[in-house]
Ligand binder design. Structure first.
Ligand code: 9WN
Length: 433
């Protein structure tokens, strides 16, 4: 694919996946609207199709619950072929009338996309409409999901992280014994080349068991928080939440809205980020915290590097993080065709080259690292990463994820956020094109 074709082809993927008001992540595997996907997708649209970017965010925000939870899926009643389907979740008493939604969240990328939308459109009226919803969602995360008032949200389910079967969750899931599971039939395996590209049956049993617990408590956070066997302060989710709080603050300033609550959230996160996620600043790696076992989850995955995206940690520590980018744990020069960071370190015992979040390269994680490298002015390194992402999609296409050894694409083809973030990278993510 030539560089000129790359932009056109990326736009064609989004065109193919556009469904009138929103974009599906994949035409086969994911036929509904997903929350963090939509925010990444909207960012691509801001460069050339503002009305689509607006509709994308409008539609996802329209699914917000009464308690301000922003569901991770808004179901399209016309679409089929995905499990768990809309009827499984039993969320009618929470979701807006007439809308079918799931009952969990995903990382809050939305305020970041909304600010980008504003910079491209100057559409004050639209961001005025979004602002209370975005703020409500952040408040939900920092109150209902943080009764400890640590400043960081807790996730209840691997799907909430967006990194579903990452080795980060292995220990927490291993101690869960699924009981009384309903009968269910997966549909994901019909859409991939090999079953090993997707999570195992043992993983799925646990995913379903955790949703069964949420359903048993009718998604009421107070009860859920006491009973949930999976409760984690996720380092990537909270890195994104911090960046999103900063974006929300910008939006508040633009709109002349009261911002003391947002400032308080940001202050708390700045004071406590290192203590919450970095047990050894000399090492320069960051880890999730398991609230049930009360310890850090020390796994070598891309998550350990993602806090560079927040710009919250002092540069001397981030310099150590950046050294890891070239380490053999990740993609050391020579061992991988493209110098990008895989989801799990190559020399860890749980690395699997084509299995979803257990090894493959994903574009959104490398995009976050790229942004962080720019924030700290590691410009050469950032440019290397950007070029490698573009080389990878030019050679392999817009897949969901890629084998780090040879760059071959896996999971879904025509994957929307791979296309939209490629568009963003072609514009160098700059605010003014
Ligand atoms: C469950 C849509 C979503 C992404 C997630 C990715 C995958 C779903 C699944 O697809 O998760 O939410 O069925 O595997 O892990 O990050 O948002 O693209």
């Amino acid at each position: 694919m030539k560089i000129d074709d790359l932009l056109g082809n990326a736009k064609s993927v989004l065109e193919k996946n556009w469904r009138g008001k929103h974009t599906v992540p994949s035409p086969t595997l994911y036929p509904h609207q997903w929350s963090w996907d939509s925010a990444f997708i909207a960012m691509g649209y801001t460069h050339y199709a503002l009305e689509r970017g607006c509709s994308e965010l409008d539609n996802i925000l329209n699914g917000q619950w009464k308690n301000c939870l922003l569901p991770h899926i808004i179901f399209d009643p016309e679409a089929s072929g995905y499990f768990p389907d809309p009827n499984y979740w039993k969320t009618e008493s929470h979701s807006p009338k007439g809308m079918l939604t799931s009952g969990i969240v995903q990382p809050p990328v939305h305020a970041i996309a909304a600010l980008k939308y504003y910079h491209h459109s100057r559409g004050e009226k639209i961001i005025r409409r979004w602002f209370p919803r975005l703020k409500g969602f952040h408040r939900y995360l920092l109150e209902n999901r943080d009764p400890e008032r640590s400043g960081f949200a807790t996730i209840y389910h691997p799907w909430e992280s967006g990194f579903d079967n990452s080795p980060r969750w292995d220990e927490a899931l291993a101690r869960i014994e699924p009981r009384d599971l309903p009968e269910y039939k997966r549909s994901d395996l019909d859409h991939v080349k090999k079953a090993e590209e997707r999570p195992t049956k043992e993983d799925y049993d646990r995913y379903i068991y955790l949703v069964e617990i949420l359903k048993r408590f009718n998604y009421e956070d107070e009860e859920v928080y006491k009973e949930m066997p999976f409760k984690i302060k996720d380092v990537v989710f909270n890195t994104i939440l911090y960046v999103a709080n900063k974006a929300l603050l910008e939006l508040a300033k633009i709109l002349g809205e009261e911002n003391s609550e947002i400032l308080e959230w940001i202050g708390r996160q700045e004071d406590r980020f290192l203590k919450q996620f970095c047990p050894d600043p000399e090492e320069g790696l960051f880890y999730d915290y398991d609230l049930v076992l009360n310890h850090f989850i020390k796994r070598r995955t891309v998550a350990a590097l993602i806090p560079i995206y927040a710009g919250i940690v002092e540069k001397p520590i981030i310099e150590k993080t950046v050294q890891w980018l070239d380490h053999s744990h990740f993609c050391a020069k020579g061992t991988c065709k493209f110098p990008l960071i895989p989801s799990t370190s190559l020399d860890s015992p749980y690395f699997k080259h084509i299995t979803y979040w257990r090894g493959p390269i994903w574009i959104n994680t490398n995009w976050m690292l790229y942004q962080g490298l720019r924030t700290y002015h590691f410009n050469e390194h950032a440019e290397r990463l950007r070029k490698a992402m573009l080389d990878l999609v030019r050679e392999s296409g817009f897949h969901e994820y890629f084998d780090p050894h040879n760059g071959e694409g896996h999971g879904s083809d025509n994957f929307s956020w791979t296309a939209s973030l490629t568009i963003d990278l072609l514009y160098k993510c700059d605010l003014v094109d």
